[in-house]
Write a protein that binds this ligand. Sequence first.
Ligand code: FES
Length: 190
Amino acid sequence: MTVDTGLLGNEAQTEAQAEMSRREFLNYAWLASLGVLTAETAVVFYQFSMPRLGPGEFGGPVDIGLFDILPGIGAAPEPFNKAKFWWVVDDEGGAIAIFKICTHLGCIYSWKPDQAKFICPCHGSQFEREGKFIQGPAPRSLDRMIIRAYDPGDVLVAETNEAGDPLQVPPGSRLVVETGLRVIGEKRTD
Ligand code: FES
């Protein structure tokens, strides 16, 4: 009787240990799955939050070249198609990069030398050489991009301010236009 009870006790203990092992295994498996899921979510989130545009692509910083590519002071605007903007240098020598998309419904406007203004072919909005709204359905002046100027040692020496004012570029600078950073044009006042 005593012996039998001992054997049953051992069997019960072995079963309890096996049950415990099963539970532990399931717990570890569950924790491992959770860990894998968390890691995958983190990777997806990281990839999603990273900028998808590299240097040189529209939407990111575009290296334009040296200062001497700018149009002359007060000259007609020059298109820089790769980065979708117009170069303008105002009468005081300040450089402006004007986004090529109309602020009305997004058409591509063009420079009309005979009228010395930008005109949009879609609904006729007109803008001055520096992008200021003149007339038409556009709700505001043209948007500008941020220009950055670097010296030969690659040190930033000038940058378009938050208001988008024309930038005095030190001669000899290398220019970069931040095509994804735009200063929204001033709202029309009428
Ligand atoms: S899209 Fe330019 S005026 Fe309408």
